[in-house]
Design a protein around this ligand. Structure first.
Ligand SMILES: [Zn+2]
Ligand SMILES: [Zn+2]
Length: 547
């Protein structure tokens, strides 16, 4: 038998309340099978806040004294020996602490304010679009208005997420999609109109987000997240939301987020089924951890013919409904809102929703020790360099100054150096990033058969193309590049691109017109996007950014 030697400390309000409720259960005033009074009543009887009450109820539930019946409320369970003993222990602990508390001056608060740090502010609901949110105890208006969110994918899920984020006044939205609007999207995408046919999804979604809420700043990129989005953009976000429909893109986003230590919220839908999961580097499983051996094998198989792999991704289409997109998109938006407000989240867990039987359940994934994604960049050096102007030789010179003569650069994307035809024994020099070479390009112009592609992603200094710019070998603006000497890594950001690559000023003119009252706030997509008040000048020295 062990003896507790620690003195009895002040119990939390929640523990004391749990003790009082346990006492009522043990003395029969709350009988087995009976329902507990409503939360509001318990809060006033016990003089505690809702969150404290919930904590107490959770303790009672953990000790098998009560159980929750979904949608109805809390019920007293039939006690067994174990739960009876637990209940007695809870009552004793609470008694002991209230005795010790009475010996002290009466300094303990009777009632804990729900969110003491939140100043009281009475919004004007006639003029303040976001006023109602002020009544949410944990809503931090400043954090929400300053937040930067990257939404990857503007399909059915992306439309719902972007709509929600704009409605909630999330300050800055960056939207990425490589696809174009087509008729079939109109049944699932609240932000698209018939007249948008063949326009960039990212652009249309950004414009409509701006028209849903002109206070929101938007930026879009019509491109492929796996190759065209600079890591420096992800690095400056508060949270990333994946509205993707394929494993390849999810895997890429997962790795990028891990590299720059960013939380991301994944959503997936199919027919009436969907799931939401949040991944946070270093806390629980990541997306790659969730993939089975078979799935990882399938992915590497596809990479064995790189040109075909890309082709296949573009063909994948999943049947979805606007209703499941609303449900899952709403949950993703809420998770992102929680991240922005520093509310607790459950990284590494998945919530499945089955719309056929309306069941929802949450389970934790098991993190994999050997997961390839678990790698976070160290200190990032911000160079005044730009992808368009910096050559491989320039970057290699910088890396060698830091890491010595053996430094080499590791590109994220494979570079096709040449294509070789085994039939007619011809070799064509290419030197283009894999993403820019199509499956058709891969075929021999003479014999028509698929040629062998020679790839590289390591720049050692022996190459005959060191004069090429980073952009020309597929490095996106504001990217972060890796260099190493076999022992040590260094990370270099092309911070000279910052002002062009990350501005959140698309469709900004619209807001100005709205203030003048001159236009109806209609977004004219065909007009070129003007970046008001943005002066781009060549960066000099080390570039600092604020965040
Ligand atoms: Zn992992
Ligand atoms: Zn040939």
């Amino acid at each position: 038998m062990s003896i507790r030697i620690q003195p009895v400390h002040h119990k939390s309000l929640a523990e004391r309340a749990a003790g009082k409720l346990a006492a009522s259960i043990l003395d029969g005033s709350l009988a087995a099978g009976s329902q507990l009074p409503p939360e509001r009543e318990l809060m006033s009887q016990l003089m505690i806040s809702r969150s404290t009450l919930r904590e107490s109820l959770k303790t009672l539930e953990d000790n098998q004294l009560i159980e929750s019946r979904r949608g109805i409320g809390w019920f007293v369970r039939k006690l067994d020996d174990a739960s009876l003993a637990k209940g007695k222990e809870m009552v004793q602990d609470a008694d002991a602490s209230s005795r010790s508390a009475t010996r002290e001056p009466n300094t303990a608060p009777l009632r804990v304010p729900i969110a003491p740090e939140k100043p009281i502010h009475i919004p004007n609901l006639k003029t303040d679009r976001l006023g109602t949110f002020e009544f949410i105890s944990w809503w931090d208006r400043e954090k929400v208005q300053k937040a930067k969110v990257l939404v990857i994918g503007a399909g059915a899920l992306g439309n719902e997420v972007i709509k929600n984020l704009a409605l909630m006044g999330i300050g800055n939205l960056f939207i990425v999609d490589f696809d174009k609007v087509e008729a079939a999207n109109l049944s699932r995408s609240v932000l698209f109109r018939e007249a948008d046919n063949n326009r960039s999804k990212a652009e249309v979604a950004a414009a409509r987000a701006k028209s849903v809420n002109p206070d929101v700043h938007v930026q879009y990129m019509n491109g492929d997240v796996t190759t065209q989005l600079g890591l420096g953009i992800i690095r400056r976000m508060d949270v990333v939301i994946g509205c993707l429909d394929n494993r390849e893109a999810r895997l890429a986003v997962n790795r990028f987020c891990y590299w720059v230590n960013k939380t991301w919220v994944d959503g997936a839908i199919q027919e009436l089924l969907g799931l939401v999961r949040t991944f946070k580097p270093g806390e629980g499983a990541c997306y790659e951890c969730t993939l089975t051996e078979q799935a990882l094998r399938d992915l590497s198989m596809r990479y064995s013919c790189p040109l075909l792999a890309r082709q296949n991704i573009l063909l994948g289409k999943v049947p979805t409904t606007p209703t499941i997109a609303s449900i899952i998109g709403a949950m993703q938006s809420q998770e992102a809102l929680k991240v922005i407000n520093d509310m607790p989240i459950q990284p590494g867990k998945v919530t499945h929703f089955n719309g056929m039987v309306n069941e929802m359940h949450t389970t934790a994934y098991v993190p994999r020790e050997d997961c390839q994604s678990h790698w976070t960049y160290g200190e990032i050096t911000e160079l005044p360099a730009r992808a368009e102007h910096t050559t491989l030789a320039d970057l290699l010179r910088i890396a060698r100054a830091d890491l010595g003569p053996d430094a080499m650069i590791e590109l994220d994307q494979e570079l096709i150096t040449s294509l070789e035809c085994s039939n007619c024994n011809t070799k064509e020099e290419i030197l283009r990033p894999l993403s820019e070479v199509t499956f058709e390009d891969g075929h021999c112009p003479t014999c028509g058969i698929l040629r062998e592609s020679n790839l590289t992603h390591i720049i050692t200094g022996d190459e005959n193309f060191l004069h090429r710019t980073l952009a020309s070998v597929g490095v996106p603006s504001l990217h972060i590049l890796r260099a190493h000497n076999g022992l040590e890594y260094r990370f270099y950001e092309l911070t000279g691109d910052l002002q062009d690559a990350l501005h959140f000023r698309h469709f900004e003119r619209m807001k100005i017109n709205l203030i003048d009252g001159k236009t109806s706030g209609r977004v004219r997509l065909k007009e070129p996007v003007k970046l008001e008040g943005l002066h781009v000048h060549p960066a000099s020295g080390r570039v600092k950014f604020s965040s």
